[in-house]
Design a binder for this molecule. Structure first.
Ligand code: ADP
Length: 173
């Protein structure tokens, strides 16, 4: 746990669909088409209204950006669908795109008056981003954002696997 001003940044192991926060972030794809991993879990738990809203409002979302919908049956108010990069070899602006996915998510959360937000480890599943590097990028992006905007109360990284939790705990003891 790290506290900066009123913002607590913490990491826990768990299923992000169970989080009681104002908004949860999804690791979506450019087509906003739904998928496996955390995306599948969020759409299953949230119900069909998420996909209906995505289809009605957005024609996809570029890598490094994010869009927002309601949260259906989830206890959150919003789901932010962020598109992280597919990992190739690090020479394709992966870090820049991953940082931007976190930053856009935080901007949307701020614009919608959210005080508490939960992130998964975007891009570290099917998209193959090395977990340790992805954690650096994620934490750096969050710290940079809260320097300019101190309004969040809690930013929580919800890690599905023990390995990811251990990595985050090194930086957020
Ligand atoms: P990506 O395509 O961005 O890599 P994935 O969903 O495949 O997205 O994986 C992103 C991360 O989300 C992985 O670390 C995966 O273990 C994790 N994950 C999968 N299901 C959940 C869940 N229910 N809650 C939180 N994290 C999850």
């Amino acid at each position: 746990m790290l506290q900066i001003g009123q913002t607590i940044i913490e990491c826990v192991q768990g299923d992000i669909t169970k989080e009681n926060v104002d908004c949860i972030v999804n690791a979506a794809n450019e087509h906003l088409a739904g998928g496996g991993g955390v995306d599948g879990a969020i759409h299953r738990a949230g119900g069909p209204s998420l996909m209906a809203e995505l289809k009605a409002k957005y024609k996809g979302c570029p890598t490094g950006s994010a869009v927002i919908t309601g949260a259906g049956n989830l206890s959150a108010k919003y789901v932010i669908h962020a598109v992280g990069p597919r990992w190739k070899d690090g020479l394709y602006h992966e870090a820049e795109h991953l940082a931007s996915a976190y930053q856009k998510s935080l901007e949307l959360a701020k614009e919608h008056g959210c005080k508490t937000i939960a992130f998964p480890a975007i891009s570290t599943g099917v998209y193959g981003y090395p977990k340790e590097e992805a954690a650096h990028v994620a934490i750096r992006a969050v710290l940079a954002f809260i320097k300019t905007y101190p309004g969040f109360e809690k930013i929580r990284f919800v890690l599905f696997d023990a390995e990811s939790l251990t990595i985050y705990q090194k930086y957020l003891p």
